[in-house]
Design a protein around this ligand. Sequence first.
Ligand code: NAP
Length: 260
Amino acid sequence: MERPELLGTGLFSLDGRVAVVTGAGRGLGRTMAVALAAAGADVVVSSRTQAEIASVRDEIRGMGRRSEAITADMTNESDCDRLMAGTLASLGGMDILVNNAGINIRKPVLELSLAEYRQVLATNLEGYFLCARAAGSRFVAQGHGKVINVSSIMGSVALPNQAAYASAKGGVEQLTKVLALEWAPLGIQVNAIAPTYFETELTRPLFEDAERKAFISGRTPMGRWGQPHELAGAVIFLASRASDYVTGHTLVVDGGWTAW
Ligand SMILES: NC(=O)c1ccc[n+]([C@@H]2O[C@H](COP(=O)([O-])OP(=O)(O)OC[C@H]3O[C@@H](n4cnc5c(N)ncnc54)[C@H](OP(=O)(O)O)[C@@H]3O)[C@@H](O)[C@H]2O)c1
């Protein structure tokens, strides 16, 4: 049996690995892409906005890692396939997929149109399925791979105005478990990260509303919102050898919210 590198940095090293991060132009995706690069990975960053992902690509190249920026819309099947093909063509491999691209439309159900509901599910759930399937065929062929799906505490708890988003994130956690089961014998681990509230463009309407911001801090046992860098440990763990016997799990990073 291989001797584990107990407590060695090698256990968490991503040297020689290639990661793809969707929704990497800003917010949590940007932070996780840079964190993976800091742990040694070469990283393809993707979103619909070329200028944002080009900036992240340049930051990662400045860290001495290879990086490419590939625009893709996660609601488009051929874009998801093209992203994986482009990763293989440009960086010569693919070992880690972080499904992170996401949107939210916060409305009471009676004001939420079917088009809005579908738009949230298409981005936050169908896009994850499409990218996992596209990357998975490569992972199965090579006998290893890590899929990390970014869920939310809304995957397991509910708040008003979150019908579309909570439906999608609940689906992400079930998709994670099914993929984990199907690919467990094939050397592929599939896990999710469920963050609480972090200050990004996605949550700007909430943290700019003093009452809402205070409600969220007050509801959080640690008494504050998360900072994007506080996701780094979770994504590096789930991308690395340190998690090789972990699959089908949702790792909450929530200051204790779901412990209530
Ligand atoms: N912030 C939080 O408090 C929080 C909490 C729990 C979970 N999350 C989850 O974390 C993930 C990232 O959220 P964030 O807060 O970092 O949001 P953000 O700052 O708004 O960033 C979202 C990213 O997703 C990309 N994106 C959106 N729609 C896309 C599409 N159709 N195709 C490709 N890329 C798309 C955006 O780029 P373009 O618009 O340029 O395409 C952007 O790069 C989401 O899945 C979100 O649900 C966030």
